[in-house]
Design a protein around this ligand. Structure first.
Ligand code: B12
Ligand code: SF4
Length: 496
C-alpha cells in the first residue's frame, strides 16, 4: 500500500511570515503517525506548510505517487484547507481512502462528515493508522471504535458528538519517523547566548514530545478539551534515549506543559548530565512551576535549557483570574526573576483581549519594557473551535471563526476601531523587538543572519499593523456592536 501523509498550508499572511522568518518546526504529528505504518508499505510525508505553491505540489504529488491512503493533519486554522484538498484529491483518485486526524479532528470530528472522507481519527495517530490499514487489508470496516469514526457510518454524528475518544497507553506510541522529512527545512530562531556570540541564529531544530496533555484548564486553551485533562508522561529513560539519538543539537519540546511532574523532569535532566548529552533546549513552563521549583530550572540550565516560553498572559490579576490561569501577578514576577538569575532566557507570551482600550495597551507596553531584555510575543484572545468559549461567543463572530482562527485576527468585536486596535497591536510587537536580547545584549551573529533577522522582523511587524486590511474596508473604522452589525451585513463573503 502507498500512504501519503499531508500537513496543510496556511493562507493567512501573518502565520506564513512567522514560519518563513522565525520558526518552522517539523511535522512531528505526521512523523509519529507514519511510525504506525508497517515498513512493508511505502510512506511519504508532504509538508505543504511553507511551500511557495502548495496546492500545485499537492496535486502533482498525488498524481505521480497515486497513494492508496491519504492522511491529513489539521489544526483548526487548517481544517477548511484540508476539506478543500480532500474533496479534490478524491475526485482525482476515487479509489483512495482519505483520513483526517489532528487537534481539529479530535475537537470537532463532525466538521469532516463528508462522503469523500473515509475516516476521522480522534487522538493519537500511530495506533489509529495501524488499525485502519489492517482493517483495509482485511476488507473490514475502516473504523469501528470511538477513535476512528467513519462518515459512512449511520452513527457517525452521534458518536462524534456524544462519545468521547479514549486515550492510548503512552508506551504504545512509537518514535517518530524523522527520516521521512527533509530535515534541513526546520529551524527556530535562537537568540540566547551565554558567551555574547552565536554561531548560528537560525539553527536546525528537532521537535520532541515528552508528555501529552495538561491538568490545568485555562479558559482560552484547547488542550484540556482535547485530552480531557489527562496528563500522559513518557519515562525519563525513553525521553533521554530519543534526545541522544537526535541528529540536531537544538531541541524544541512541544509538550503542552513539560514540567508538571517535578520528579520526572529532574530525572530527565540528571540522565542528560550523566550521559553527557550536550544539546540546547526550548520548553514551555508555567510561571507557578518556576516560582515553586527554581532548583529544577537551575539544574536544567546546567544541561542546556536556554529558553523557557512562559504563558504570563497578563500582569493584571483580574484578567489572570478571568482566564482561570491559577497563577498571579506576584508569581509571574517571581518566575521572571528566577529565569533572569539563572541566565535562562524568558520568552513571555501575553494575551491581548479584544476588549483592550488605549490604557490597557499602554499598561502592557510598560510591562513589556520592564521585561527587557526578553523575547516577547502576543496573541489575540480567540475562542477555539470545539471549546465552551467558542459556544459562548457564537453570536459575536465578526468573520469566519475557522478561517481566521490564528490568534492574531480577532474573531470577535474590538472595543477600539479595528484599525486602531491593530495599530496598537503592531506597536506592541515593535517594542518587543526592540527589547529582544539579541539587540539589547548586542549578541554577535553572522552578518547574513543579522540581515535576515532585521528583514523578517520588519516584514512581520508590518504585516501585524496591516491585519485590519484582511477585514472588509467598510469595517475598518468600526468597533463593538457596529463592527458586529457590519460583519453580519457582509455575511463573511469577503473571505471567499
Ligand atoms: C509547537 C506548536 C506550534 C508551533 C508550530 C507547530 C507545527 N509543527 O506546526 C508554532 C509555535 C509555530 C505554533 C503556532 C500556532 N499555534 Co500552535 N502549538 C504547538 C504545540 C505546543 C505543539 C504541537 C505539536 O507538535 N504537538 C505534538 C503532536 C505530535 O501532537 P498532535 O499535533 O496532537 O498530533 C497527534 C494527534 O493529533 C494525531 N494526528 C495529528 N495529525 C494526524 C493526521 C492523521 C492522518 C492521523 C491519523 C492522526 C493525526 O496523531 C499525532 C501523533 O500522535 C500545540 C499544543 C499541542 N499539544 O499540540 C500548539 C497548538 C497546536 N497551537 C495552537 C495554536 C492556536 C497556534 C496558533 C494558531 C496561534 C499561536 N500564535 O500560537 C499558531 C498557528 C500557526 C500556523 N501556521 O498554523 C493550538 C491549536 C488549537 C486548535 N484549535 O487547533 C494548540 C493546540 C495550542 C493550544 N494549547 O491551544 N504552534
Ligand atoms: S497551563 Fe498551558 S497547556 Fe495547560 S491549560 Fe493552561 S495554557 Fe493550556
Amino acid at each position: 500500500m502507498k500512504v501519503l501523509l499531508v500537513k496543510p498550508y496556511t493562507e493567512l499572511k501573518v502565520a506564513k511570515r512567522l514560519q518563513e522568518g522565525f520558526l518552522h518546526l517539523e511535522p512531528l504529528e505526521l512523523e509519529i503517525t507514519a511510525a504506525g505504518v508497517d515498513k512493508k508499505h511505502i510512506t511519504r510525508i508532504l509538508d505543504l506548510s511553507v511551500e511557495k505553491k502548495p496546492a500545485d505540489l499537492f496535486f502533482k504529488t498525488i498524481r505521480e505517487f497515486c497513494p492508496d491512503l491519504i492522511g491529513f493533519s489539521a489544526y483548526s486554522t487548517g481544517a477548511h484547507i484540508v476539506n478543500d484538498l480532500a474533496v479534490k484529491a478524491k475526485a482525482i483518485l476515487p479509489e483512495s481512502n482519505i483520513i483526517i486526524g489532528g487537534i481539529h479532528a479530535t475537537l470537532r470530528p463532525y466538521d469532516f462528515n463528508y462522503s469523500y472522507i473515509s475516516a476521522v481519527v480522534r487522538g493519537e495517530g500511530a495506533n489509529a493508522i495501524s488499525d485502519i490499514i489492517k482493517n483495509l487489508e482485511a476488507g473490514n470496516k475502516i473504523g469501528n471504535n470511538t477513535n476512528i469514526l467513519a462518515p459512512e457510518d449511520i452513527d457517525f454524528e452521534k458518536n462524534a458528538r456524544e462519545n468521547p475518544p479514549s486515550y492510548v497507553d503512552v508506551k504504545s506510541i512509537p518514535l517518530p519517523r524523522r527520516d521521512l522529512v527533509d530535515r534541513s527545512k526546520y529551524f527556530c530562531i535562537w537568540t540566547h547566548s551565554d558567551t555574547g556570540k552565536l554561531d548560528e541564529l537560525f539553527p536546525r531544530v528537532a521537535s520532541l514530545r515528552t508528555s501529552l496533555g495538561c491538568p490545568f484548564s485555562c479558559s482560552f486553551c484547547v488542550i484540556h478539551h482535547v485530552m480531557n485533562k489527562a496528563y500522559l508522561q513518557r519515562t525519563p529513560e525513553d525521553v533521554v534515549d530519543e534526545i541522544e539519538n537526535l541528529k540536531e543539537d537544538y531541541v524544541y519540546f512541544v509538550d503542552d506543559e513539560m514540567f508538571i511532574n517535578i520528579k520526572r523532569v529532574t530525572k530527565i535532566a540528571q540522565l542528560l548530565k550523566q550521559r553527557n548529552i550536550q544539546k540546547k533546549y526550548i520548553s514551555w513552563a508555567r510561571s507557578d512551576t518556576i516560582a515553586k521549583h527554581p532548583e529544577v530550572f537551575k539544574l536544567w540550565k546546567e544541561v542546556g535549557l536556554d529558553v523557557v516560553y512562559v504563558g504570563l498572559e497578563s500582569m493584571d490579576q483580574k484578567r489572570l483570574e478571568d482566564y482561570n490561569k491559577k497563577t498571579g501577578y506576584e508569581t509571574n514576577l517571581k518566575a521572571i526573576k528566577i529565569l533572569k538569575d539563572y541566565g535562562i532566557m524568558l520568552h513571555a507570551a501575553f494575551i491581548v483581549h479584544p476588549d483592550f482600550d488605549k490604557n490597557d495597551f499602554k499598561r502592557l507596553e510598560a510591562d513589556v519594557i520592564a521585561l527587557c531584555p526578553s523575547e516577547i510575543t502576543f496573541t489575540v484572545l480567540s475562542p477555539s473551535p470545539g471549546t465552551p468559549l467558542f459556544e459562548q461567543y457564537k453570536d459575536q463572530f465578526i468573520c469566519n471563526p475557522f478561517k481566521y482562527y490564528d490568534c492574531m485576527h480577532t474573531v470577535i468585536p474590538t472595543n477600539m476601531t479595528i484599525k486602531q486596535f491593530y495599530k496598537h497591536f503592531g506597536r506592541l510587537y515593535a517594542i518587543a523587538l526592540r527589547s529582544n536580547p539579541l539587540r539589547v545584549n548586542k549578541i554577535k551573529v553572522k552578518l547574513k543572519d543579522f540581515f535576515r533577522a532585521v528583514i523578517f522582523g520588519t516584514r512581520y511587524v508590518f504585516s501585524l499593523y496591516n491585519i485590519y486590511k484582511d477585514y472588509p474596508a467598510t469595517m475598518h473604522p468600526l468597533k463593538n456592536d457596529e463592527l458586529l452589525a457590519a460583519a453580519k451585513k457582509e455575511g463573511f463573503s469577503h473571505e471567499e
